[in-house]
Design a protein around this ligand. Structure first.
Ligand code: UDX
Length: 466
């Protein structure tokens, strides 16, 4: 089929590459001249494993073309909108998509299907059919079928997730004679997974609901880790035992500094705002958000405690900047909030990330920290180490050698990925989230001691000293 993809960010590029792989002819439309130039030169403006090779192969095979001229969409059978809908500040913005639809919709052929792949605010959905019909009518064109087709692809694994989805969701906005859904089934004919056709509002909430549930699982795991710390239990064993129950499952129960990225954090806060507008209380989502924020400050607290209660003048090696491994994405990355908080509390931060483009971006975003070009320069003479992103090269470090180059023995593992016994044996004082070092180390505070300090804390609060 002839497909046009409007907006070539993470979602648009993965969609374009995946559709070309299935044999469709893809035209990518991008208005940003810098991005377009990069793409035409055969480079990608983002890092996604395998995507550069996939796109290069289909450019060479004439399956993918890139252009800025929106008029070219008039010959497409399917037009997919993949422009951003969040405002970068925890809220929705629909100006970009409205502008894009206003420009594109008048030019579309009468037998096209218009597909919205951008994540939409639920409150925008009821206005969508009327808005698009209005634009068509103003241009003296007949109405077209419109569907929503949310994406469920993870950065770092996006091509696999696109080509082998567990389900495809099609939300019907307007499809009077069923031609839109028929085209979508044709577009996805290579897929061996259920294709679910739903009303548009259900599709939008299925998309949001999936990410909200994943975020809830992570915040749950983080609360569980706090319980494990309080009762000297190990969260990894606890989650392993829980996850073997098929009703629970092991995925998305890793505790640590919490979730970041362009989807989970924003979709939690944006949904809270959407609910507020309808006067719906969403206490669970508010708690998920709060716990996630607290994990970041708890990480900084752990470093501070490890250094005897003050970060002033101390040198911290921060390992990892991206919101997860396998990407160069710094959007809402926990490392950024953590680095800023460390600096605010008086520390000097030397950070390293294996992804060169992430290092360049971090230097721009966080001029108050030093971003080094190799891990050893970040570690050298550090008073404490904080691991924020679980890149394999950090896990594989020779930790005895690391101990020789650092000044202090505090190590906080914000992703629970290092082996506490190995780190302990290398001479570090290991702190994870809900993990106990075991018998080789001086015993951590006993449950009785912890309960006693909680009791003292609450007496202090009740006396007005807290
Ligand atoms: C997410 C969804 O998974 C995907 O389906 C959707 O289409 C886009 O949003 P992504 O943002 O790429 O994908 O990252 P994901 O793998 O979901 O991880 C999000 C964050 O949660 C990362 O910061 C990760 O480190 C964190 N995480 C994940 C945990 O803290 N614990 C876990 O158990 C899993």
């Amino acid at each position: 089929m002839r497909v046009a993809v409007i907006g070539l960010g993470y979602v648009g590029l993965v969609t374009a590459g995946g559709l070309a792989e299935w044999g469709h002819d893809v035209l990518g439309i991008e208005v940003d001249p810098g991005r377009l130039e990069t793409l035409r030169a055969g480079r990608l403006p983002i890092h996604e494993p395998g995507l550069d090779g996939l796109i290069a192969r289909h450019i060479a095979g004439n399956r993918i073309h890139f252009a800025s001229d929106a008029h070219l969409v008039s010959s497409a059978q399917v037009v997919i909108i993949a422009v951003g809908t969040h405002d970068g500040n925890g809220g929705w913005q629909t100006d970009t998509i409205r502008r894009c639809l206003g420009d594109i919709v008048p030019m579309l052929a009468d037998d096209v299907v218009l597909v919205i792949r951008s994540t939409l605010p639920p409150e925008f959905v009821p206005t969508l059919a009327g808005f698009i019909d209005g634009v068509r009518a103003a241009a003296d064109r007949s109405p077209i079928p419109v569907v929503i087709n949310p994406e469920f692809t993870r950065e770092g694994n996006a091509i696999q997730d696109f080509l082998f989805p567990e389900r495809v969701v099609i939300g019907v906005v307007r499809d009077d004679v069923g031609a839109g859904v028929r085209s979508m089934r044709n577009l996805y004919r290579a897929v061996d997974a259920p294709i679910l056709t739903l009303p548009a509002a259900d599709a939008v909430l299925a998309k949001l609901g999936s990410n909200l549930f994943l975020a809830t699982k992570i915040s749950f795991a983080n609360e569980l880790a706090a319980l494990c710390d309080a009762f000297d239990a190990d969260v990894s064993s606890v989650v392993d035992a829980m996850g073997r129950d098929k009703r629970i499952g092991p995925a998305f129960l890793r505790s640590g500094v919490g979730f970041g990225g362009s989807c989970l954090p924003h979709q939690v806060t944006m949904t809270i705002r959407s609910a507020e507008q309808r006067a719906i209380d969403v206490p669970l989502l508010r708690a998920v958000d709060q716990i996630n924020h607290d994990q970041r400050s708890s990480f900084v607290d752990r470093l501070e405690r490890g250094l005897g209660g003050s970060l002033k003048g101390r040198r911290i090696a921060l390992l990892g900047l991206t919101f997860k491994p396998g990407t160069d994405d710094l959007r809402d990355a926990p490392a950024l909030t953590i680095a800023l908080s460390l600096v605010t509390r008086g520390a000097t931060v030397f950070a390293y990330d294996p992804m060169p483009s992430a290092r360049t971006a971090a230097r721009r975003i966080l001029p108050a920290i030093t971003v080094t070009d190799d891990v050893w320069s970040a570690l050298s003479n550090a008073d404490a180490i904080g691991l924020v992103t679980e890149w394999p090269e950090f896990i594989d470090l020779d930790w005895s050698e690391v101990r020789r180059v650092v000044r202090g023995d505090t190590l906080v593992d914000g992703r629970n990925v290092l082996d506490p016994a190995t780190i302990d044996a290398a001479g570090f004082n290991y702190t994870g989230f809900g993990r106990q070092v075991g018998t080789t180390r001086a015993p951590s505070r006993t449950v009785a001691q912890k309960l006693q300090s909680v009791a003292v804390g609450s007496i202090a609060s009740s006396n007005g000293f807290g």
